[in-house]
Design a protein around this ligand. Structure first.
Ligand SMILES: Nc1ncnc2c1ncn2[C@@H]1O[C@H](COP(=O)(O)OP(=O)(O)OP(=O)(O)O)[C@@H](O)[C@H]1O
Ligand SMILES: [Mg+2]
Length: 380
């Protein structure tokens, strides 16, 4: 754990960049520091590994004042990926990643093995990339090397200062996904700086919002989106925060396991009509003997082909009309809007119907947010 206790940073010119920061970073989590440019994110981070001194207060690392650690031990414990990548231009990829292990006196065989391991981990072929220089890599590849370098000595703690800041949005999303997958395996304790709220929501287990060197709100992404503490946070997270929140919630948290209006493909049309009437809906989903989703049938279909369900139904690929448990509520909403459904089937990988999700459930979630927004007089 990293704990900031009333930390103040005053620069020699008298400017106070950090004003009494109190905050605990939990083990194995990604804690995001976010806030406008100049709010003190980099400064706060650099005090953790002692690249900057603390003016007042203290920072505990694993329960100990970070000033009590020998510098070398702190370097081994804390990996650092700096803003703007910061690879050494005259070092090869291998030498860049090897910086800390060499400082720690590892032998060359162990270092080579580690470098190849890390290149694999960040998705770069070691044989192709090991001996390249940074200028021979794309921006995204350089960012990957930057992450690999921070992981060099397998530190339990990582400080990542806008590690994906310098790249295009598409590559950035790929790197975010990849890094989250890596984190699943390595469970580091991470402080991750960004000024992109979408990145913060995606990457953060917890988000610390800073303003002028002070902490404004420290909560999970969901709480920040649902209950922004003041106008600053609300403006910062954006007017579409209800939608953003839908992006955090999974279908499995909102779905009904008891499935919707459904009929068997071998049922007759009367049965389908009854099911539709009973549920007060416009259509029912059709499954086969193994409960695999085959399509749907609606009242119009029944009117046109009143004799046979297979003729009355609309056949459809389960991937086309169903969503998965792991999809976000936001994806489910897009699917419903695109297909004009008020109820969408939830299917598993093989197309088996495992539940359903209603437009109503999504609306309730969004309206819950609107409700809170209206009165709340601002105490500023
Ligand atoms: N050595 C220094 N002396 C005086 N002021 C400094 C010094 N270093 C940083 N500052 C000031 O401290 C404030 C915080 O800087 P910091 O680099 O921590 O911001 P940041 O939140 O990381 O911003 P950005 O998003 O632009 O990276 C800024 O106003 C900056 O000008
Ligand atoms: Mg910064």
């Amino acid at each position: 754990m990293i704990e900031f206790q009333n930390v103040v940073k005053r620069f020699p010119d008298g400017f106070t960049a950090v004003k009494g920061l109190d905050l605990k970073v939990r083990d194995g989590e990604i804690t995001v520091f976010i806030g406008p440019s100049g709010c003190g994110k980099t400064t706060s981070m650099r005090m953790v590994n002692r690249l900057l001194s603390i003016s007042e207060g203290k920072i505990l690392v694993e329960g100990r004042d970070n000033r009590d650690f020998p510098a070398e031990e702190l370097r081994r414990k804390i990996g650092y990926a700096i803003q703007q990548i910061g690879l050494f231009p005259h070092f090869t990829v291998l030498d860049n990643i090897a910086v800390v292990p060499r400082m720690l006196g590892w032998d060359e065989t162990r270092i080579r093995k580690r470098v190849d391991e890390l290149l694999d981990l960040v998705g770069l072929d070691p044989d192709i990339n090991r001996d390249k220089y940074p200028r021979q890599l794309s921006g995204g590849q350089q960012q990957r090397v930057g992450v690999a370098r921070a992981l060099g000595a397998d530190p339990p703690i990582m400080l990542m200062d806008e590690p994906f800041g310098a790249i295009d949005p598409i590559t950035r999303e790929v790197l975010q996904e990849e890094f989250l997958q890596i984190q699943e395996e390595i469970s580091k304790t991470i402080i991750f700086v960004t000024h992109d709220i979408d990145e913060a929501i995606k990457m953060g287990d917890r988000i610390a919002i800073l303003k002028d060197g002070a902490l404004v709100q420290y909560d999970t992404p969901d709480t920040i989106l649902a209950h922004p503490k003041d106008r600053f946070v609300r403006d910062f997270v954006g007017a579409d925060r209800a939608l953003k929140r839908l992006g955090l919630i999974r279908v499995q948290d909102l779905m009904d396991e008891e499935v919707i209006p459904k009929v068997q493909i071998r049922d007759d049309v009367d049965k389908a009509r009854r099911v539709i009437d009973e549920h007060g809906v416009k259509s029912a989903f059709v499954v086969d003997d193994e409960n695999i989703l085959k399509g749907w049938v609606d009242v119009d279909g029944i009117r046109h082909s009143p004799r046979s369900l297979t003729e009355a139904m609309m056949e459809a690929d389960f991937n086309e009309i169903g969503v998965r448990k792991g999809n976000t509520a936001r994806e489910a909403l897009s699917a419903m809007v695109a297909r004009g459904f008020r109820i969408t089937p939830v299917v598993d990988r093989r197309g088996k119907l495992v539940g359903s999700i209603t437009l109503r459930a999504l609306q309730d979630l969004v309206e819950q947010d609107w409700g809170e927004d209206e009165p709340q007089p601002e105490a500023s």
